[in-house]
Design a protein around this ligand. Structure first.
Ligand code: NAD
Ligand code: DAO
Ligand code: ZN
Length: 368
């Protein structure tokens, strides 16, 4: 079949909209019509050329929601018309990683996903007979996609696609980092570095679990208003204080119980670790740094009890946790609507990247 998609031909170049060929689902695969997709900073990271795993030409996008159109042989958990969210972190429930119950990093299809192909080693997308590669196993900047069954979360059918697509990455990453990775407890003091599409969801998660002080840090003062709406109690602009770490240590009587880096800046990762409380403070890295960057601190920071951790997709097990997060949204326990600042058509997708680069959007959502 044909599908309309935005193609990333080369790092640093705008996407172009094309009609591409899409092969149908093979064994264990599912054809999905994507109804809406968010544009995340990680799509920009790959498009910019900073991603060491970036492959071109590819169809980017990993924050979608849609409807099952057809299933391949052997698919048992999904059928036509089911509503789904594609998962860049699948959940096979059979690999060593899934069975460990210690991580959400299912490895069942990791090697082929990282090479931009399906588990049989080939791409389903092509143009003029040449392969166009998949991205993060999802490629939601295409109206139709083929994905393995283990990389789809089945969700309730009354949830609006243009809102719950954000649960495919940003919402789950932010809330999950608080709830599943850090397990923040009521009364804890929390610091969030970077108040974008991820950081605001960390703030919302911290409020949800009953954190005490929720301190937001951002160089963009315009982020303050939205962050307060989501539960931020204090704001620090690094350009307005002499030393961010000292400012946070003062505000928290010795340091944060939990800090979250939601930018991808290795200098800020160090600040986030060093503002954590001596003896027990945990710092969670969410931001994805440029290829080749390294983190550093004095080892004594760890000897004296601070812990450095990371979180991918919020530590969420997609097929298990994503449907629950959709329920939280439908039950008004979380706010997604106010974070979606722009709705676009696929033809306007490059505008979505421009809005992000200028710091004018939180989330732009493309509606097909
Ligand atoms: P975003 O661009 O929407 O937000 C980043 C925010 O950081 C902006 O508000 C910006 O003003 C602020 N900022 C930039 N430099 C700063 C500095 N030096 N000090 C303080 N604030 C600063 O990005 P996003 O969509 O929220 O994504 C944030 C990061 O999370 C990216 O690196 C993205 O790739 C990563 N990410 C990780 C995961 C994961 O699973 N770990 C998932 C999705 C995204
Ligand atoms: O299992 O080795 C692995 C990689 C899993 C990918 C996790 C990606 C999380 C960070 C990228 C940001 C996603 C939008
Ligand atoms: Zn697995």
């Amino acid at each position: 079949m044909k599908t309309k998609a935005a193609i990333a031909w080369k790092a640093g170049q705008p996407l172009t909209i094309e009609e591409v060929d899409l092969e149908g689902p093979k064994a264990g695969e599912v054809l999905v019509e994507i109804k809406a997709t968010g544009i995340c900073h990680t799509d920009y990271y790959t498009l910019s050329g900073a991603d060491p795993e970036g492959i071109f030409p590819a169809i980017l996008g990993h924050e979608g929601a849609g409807v099952v159109v057809d299933v391949g042989p052997g698919v048992t958990s999904l059928r036509k018309d089911d509503h789904v969210i594609p998962l860049y972190t699948p959940e096979c429930r059979q690999c060593k990683f899934c069975l460990s119950q210690k991580t959400n990093l299912c490895q069942a299809i990791r090697s082929t996903q990282g090479r931009g192909v399906m588990p049989d080693g080939t791409a389903r997308f092509s143009l003029d007979g040449k392969p166009i590669y998949h991205y993060m196993g999802t490629s939601t900047f295409s109206n139709y996609i083929v994905v393995p069954e283990i990389a789809l979360a089945k969700i309730r059918s009354d949830a609006p696609f243009d809102k719950v697509c954000y649960i495919g990455c940003g919402v789950t990453t932010g809330l999950g980092a608080v709830i599943f990775t850090a397990k923040v407890e009521p009364g804890a003091n929390v610091v969030v570095f970077g108040l974008g599409g991820i950081g605001l969801n960390v703030i919302q998660g911290a409020k949800m679990v009953g954190a005490n002080k929720i301190i937001g840090v951002d160089i963009n003062p315009a982020r303050q208003e939205m962050a307060r709406k989501f539960g931020m109690t204090h704001f620090v602009n690094p350009n307005e204080v002499e030393n961010v770490v000292d400012a946070i240590i003062q505000l928290t009587d010795g340091g944060a119980d939990y800090s979250f880096e939601c930018i991808g800046n290795t200098q800020v990762m160090r600040q986030a670790l060093e503002c954590a409380h001596k003896g027990w403070g945990q710092s969670i890295i969410i931001g994805v740094a440029e290829a080749g960057k390294e983190i550093s601190t004095r080892p004594f920071q760890l000897v004296t009890g601070r812990q450095w951790k990371g979180s991918a997709f919020g530590g969420a097990r997609g097929r298990t946790d994503v449907p629950k997060i959709v329920d939280w949204y439908m039950d008004h326990k979380i706010n997604i609507d106010d974070l979606i600042t722009h709705h676009l058509t696929l033809d306007q997708i490059n505008e979505g990247f421009d809005l992000m680069k200028r710091g004018e959007s939180i989330r732009s959502v493309v509606v097909y």
